[in-house]
Design a protein around this ligand. Structure first.
Ligand code: NDP
Length: 496
């Protein structure tokens, strides 16, 4: 029996923390976990899960239009946000309950409290309860950040989007990363007039250029008004002065799907959202002056300008743990911090900010620390998808990255998918394989397509395992599908 209260104390009950707690407990370790908010963390409570459910909700308007093209006498009326939001939160409550049950079933002791490190082997809860542990795992995740500008707290962050009392008529999204693009498509699909400001030239920095271009084009086709090289210079409550209420939107967005709306009722009081830091603005729209000289009024402004590791006031530096840029916990390949008894996994380490990566970090931690295996984290060739409409799936190097690395050949297919070509919609699919000229290994696969998220999961297996273009081609096509293009692209479109 060790001198510690626990073998492992986990701070943070998100995807990574819960997985680490359960897997460590399964080895016979005595494990406790503290969560200050809700079990499930960002992914389950204010990220991937509610976002994906909103993606589903936002697709029906276009699907009903498609159905008409296929001969159905289909109609869609207003969207009941309040009813939807109720069902959404019921589902999140259910999932949170599942997480609690899983921890209970694993004999993990749960502290519903904020915890801080008070020593290399000591954690103290907000009520003063102190416990000791042989190992401590920091899995506190990250939070959205606003730009450093006056009045930025009038803008929403992604956490707030699941709590709105009503859908806005107009929404300005600042930032064109995963979150900005996904919410732009969701909100446009629900009938909101969406404007986006990108400080750079294009959405989705870091993704394959041609894929970025096509997604941006499709988003514009769906009525999203994208402004590149544009940021906010000034913002305020529209009722705060002599601001010009220009009505929100440029002509470019007039093609957005419009739907019947319920009668307006008061705007949300978001001040009670402890995870966002948003200042309540009780029904008042926001006046914005942009660097392009435009002054506009929007019902809401959403800052989708990145996320920061949650390390403030955790006591980390006090016990000697080194922090890096944006406050991330510095760790080695085994997720160990500069204090040997303390480890950190997931978004708090700002390595790859994705749920499945946090889960894999957790399992590598358990195998190393509790099973005695040599199991460093593996962050190579991680597939991911942006749930825009259409989706963007990606794994491996972009064409631009690969070109800088070695000689390559590029295979590409661009076509109108059968389903929407039939009804003469302008949708397009793009599939791209980046191949090493010398070894013929597929270094990257990039897709813009309906269901690209599902496809990239499977192509990820081939790319992760270093298959060559010839091995792709040796696989028989499944016909008629969009994915068959991935094994039938015979001629490269270019070399570089
Ligand atoms: P991203 O880093 O993806 O994008 C941030 C965006 O904000 C970029 O367009 C960036 O511009 C812009 N930006 C940053 N600072 C400013 C500023 N001061 N003024 C104006 N624009 C600014 O962050 P997200 O918040 O979208 O997402 C965070 C992470 O969450 C992602 O990296 C991803 O790992 C994860 N995530 C994954 C999802 C998925 O798997 N589907 C879904 C949602 C999130 P620039 O490009 O010029 O730097």
């Amino acid at each position: 029996m060790s001198d510690f209260d626990y073998d492992l104390f986990v701070i943070g009950g998100g995807s990574g923390g819960v997985r680490a707690a359960r897997t460590a407990a399964a080895t016979g370790a005595r494990v406790a976990l503290a969560e200050e908010s809700r079990l499930g963390g960002t992914c389950v409570i204010r990220g991937c899960v509610p976002k994906k459910i909103m993606v589903f909700a936002s697709g029906f308007h276009r699907e009903v239009e498609n159905a008409r093209g296929f001969g159905w006498d289909a109609q869609i009326k207003g969207f009941d946000w309040t009813g939807f939001r109720g069902n959404l939160h019921d589902e999140l409550d259910r999932l949170e309950g599942v997480y609690r049950k899983m921890l209970d079933a694993s004999d993990v002791e749960i502290f519903d409290a904020r915890a801080r490190l008070t020593g290399p082997h000591e954690v103290t809860m907000a009520d003063g309860t102190a416990v000791s542990a042989k190992h401590i795992l920091v899995a506190t995740g990250g939070s959205p950040v606003r730009p450093d500008m006056a009045q930025a707290d009038l803008g929403l962050v992604s956490n707030d989007m699941f709590l709105l009392d009503r859908l806005p008529e107009t929404l300005l999204i600042v930032g064109g990363g995963y979150i900005g693009c996904e919410f732009a498509c969701i909100m446009a699909g629900l009938g909101v007039k969406v404007t986006m400001y990108l400080r750079g030239g294009q959405i989705l920095n870091g993704f394959d250029d041609e894929c970025r271009g096509l997604v941006a084009e499709m988003m514009r086709d769906h009525g999203i008004d994208i402004h590149s090289g544009t940021t906010i210079m000034d913002m305020d409550r529209a009722d705060a002065g002599e601001h010009l209420p220009t009505g929100g939107q440029s002509d470019a967005a007039m093609g957005a799907p419009r739907m019947e709306r319920p009668e307006p009722h008061p705007q949300p009081d978001l001040a009670d959202n402890p995870k966002s830091g948003t200042r309540a603005h009780a029904g008042c729209p926001i006046w914005v002056k942009a660097t392009n000289g435009r002054e506009q009024v929007f019902d809401h402004v959403l800052f989708a300008t990145g996320r920061r590791p949650n390390t403030a006031d955790l006591g980390l530096e006090d016990v000697g743990i080194e922090l890096g840029r944006k406050g991330k916990v510095k760790v080695d390949a085994y997720s160990q911090t500069s204090v040997p008894s303390v480890y950190a996994i997931g978004d708090v380490t700002d390595r790859v900010q994705l749920t499945p990566v946090a889960i894999r970090d957790a399992m590598a931690f358990t195998r190393t620390v509790f099973l005695g295996e040599d199991c460093p984290v593996d962050h190579e060739l991680v597939p991911s998808a942006v749930f825009t409409q259409p989706e963007l799936g990606t794994v491996g190097m972009t064409e631009e990255q690969a070109r800088d690395d070695r000689e390559i050949v590029v295979y590409c297919a661009s076509f109108r998918p059968m389903r929407t070509a039939f009804i003469d919609r302008p949708d397009r699919t793009l599939m791209k394989l980046v191949v090493c000229k010398e070894t013929r290994v597929v270094m990257g696969a990039h897709l813009v397509s309906e269901n690209a998220g599902e496809m990239i999961q499977l192509i990820g297996i081939a790319v992760k395992n270093g298959l060559t273009k010839e091995q792709f081609d040796a696989t028989c096509a499944v016909h008629p599908t969009a994915a068959e293009e991935l094994v039938t692209m015979s001629q490269p479109v270019r070399a570089g």
